[in-house]
Write a protein that binds this ligand. Structure first.
Ligand code: HEM
Length: 438
């Protein structure tokens, strides 16, 4: 299928914008969660919000804000989706994120019993995601969100790009993203081109079949599933760990790069193995243009580093696993103030990242990445070793940095990220939202 054929058929005006389009680098926003108390009044509220939902067609038009809306299984039920349509939704979505804790590795400090109480309670029905490039412009969409009737606002998380321009641990983020065939975007060098059905329901997927939910085809067309996940970042613990294991300041940066697979500037180890290269990092044509073929043992980029785990690229060529069917679309947004530079003690202030991971199969995409690639090392011969930055480590984890003549092994890995909560949602097309509102 060629790009031009799909250009004509992906219905940008029905697809919610966040699925196909990026948020700007500088952003302010909010994630708001609601419970439906009075379905009829909630429907009228949806009807009022509908004209403000940003589609993929109008995402890049000059506009003061973007707004997208999602529904949990309980939310679709409360709004009257018929039982046979509800039954066609996959089990993991119907059960919700908290019920999938064993698969996701949400144990110990990450266990749902430690999450903010609203999560896992079946009370969350609707979620609204707002984003702007200027803080002042938040007033209008916040007004809309606050004036929704028939619902109770249960949770609101304000987000905003940190002043450093990096995520809390100090890395530049949002570099790699699959390119969706038919999205109207030309892939950058190194970017995977992936069939739209992996991310948008109703279109051909990587196997060539149309990805659809039998029994709810028209309601789910142009929709997708979304895992919402709030992760606390223990930045002080991360800094102390680097300090305790490094021989020098430069070595701290090297260990940080070996943990991520990229220097904090974003320059990938595969293209800048010895030292950081900010010029390379700033070059969008080069920053993502690499594979792991020349480094089968991970001597340059460790097999267990964050980016090599969550997207092994060509690294699993000799296995039956096709990484393209396990890709997720990621939109991360930081919350909370930056920990002052150099501070090694926690200041007790809540900070972290709220992610949305999108795709047409939560089980095959988000859950697979969490279970098989992040929290298990078997797929690269690392046994029980987990992702050093985002795995569910508990103070007993190890991290191997292959090197010659001897590898380095870091021990006593704490959990640098802790799950504060999350939920599985459905991101419908605009016509489906209109149906829910009627
Ligand atoms: C607090 C938690 C996390 C932080 C701080 C973090 C940070 C980063 C950074 C800095 C990058 C490199 C920039 C880029 O390639 O875009 C990255 C890449 C990536 N992350 Fe994470 N991440 C986190 C959690 C996760 C989780 C939970 C997943 C999946 C379930 C994930 C999936 C990915 C993917 C797919 C990439 C792109 C890798 C590539 O294609 O090379 N991340 N992350």
């Amino acid at each position: 299928m060629t790009d031009s054929v799909l250009d004509a058929t992906l219905e940008f005006d029905d697809i919610q914008g966040t699925l196909l389009r990026h948020r700007p680098d500088r952003y302010f926003g909010a994630y708001i969660l609601y419970r439906i108390d009075d379905p009829a009044a909630a429907k009228s509220s949806l009807d009022r919000v509908l004209p403000h939902i940003t589609s993929a067609a109008d995402w890049e038009e000059p506009r003061p804000f973007t707004l997208n809306i999602v529904f949990t299984f309980q939310g679709l039920r409360a709004l009257g989706l018929p039982p046979d349509a509800l039954e066609s939704f996959p089990t993991e979505f119907r059960l919700g994120m908290a019920a999938r804790k064993q698969i996701l590795g949400d144990v110990g400090a990450n266990d749902p019993s430690n999450w903010a109480p609203v999560f896992g309670s079946e009370q969350i029905h609707i979620g609204v995601v707002i984003s702007t490039t200027h803080e002042d412009a938040l007033q209008t969409p916040l007004g809309l969100a606050q004036n929704m009737r028939g619902v109770t606002m249960l949770y609101k998380l304000d987000v905003g790009a940190p002043s450093t321009g990096r995520e809390h641990f100090g890395y530049r983020d949002s570099i790699n993203e699959p390119s969706i065939i038919g999205s109207g975007r030309t892939p950058r060098p190194g970017q995977d081109s992936i069939m739209p059905g992996e991310f948008v329901l109703g279109y051909p997927d990587e196997s060539g079949s149309i990805r659809a939910l039998k029994g709810a085809e028209s309601f789910t067309r142009n929709g997708s599933f979304l895992a919402f996940r709030q992760l606390h970042c223990d930045v002080a613990a991360f800094r102390r760990f680097l300090r305790a294991n490094a021989r020098s300041k430069d070595d701290e940066e090297l260990i940080a790069a070996k943990i991520m697979g990229r220097w904090r500037s974003g320059a990938p180890l595969m293209l800048a193995p010895e030292r950081d290269d900010p010029q390379l990092a700033a070059d969008s044509e080069r920053v993502d243009n690499f594979v792991y073929e020349s480094d089968p043992r991970g001597l340059v980029c460790p097999l267990g580093s964050h980016i090599r785990r969550v997207n092994p690229r060509d690294g699993l060529r000799d296995t039956i696993v096709d990484p393209k069917i396990h890709r997720v679309l990621r939109r991360g947004a930081a919350y909370g103030p930056v920990l002052p530079e150099g501070a090694l003690e926690d200041d007790g202030v809540e900070r972290g990242i709220v992610f949305i991971f999108m795709g047409t199969s939560l089980a095959q995409q988000f859950e697979f990445v969490q279970q098989v690639w992040i929290n298990n090392g078997d797929f690269v011969g690392l046994g029980r070793e987990k992702d050093p930055l985002v795995g569910s480590n508990d103070g007993t984890g190890t991290y191997t940095i292959p090197a010659l003549p001897v590898r380095r092994r870091l021990t006593g890995l704490p959990g640098f990220t802790i799950v504060r909560g999350g939920e599985y949602c459905f991101l419908p097309g605009l016509r489906a939202v209109e149906w829910l509102a009627s």
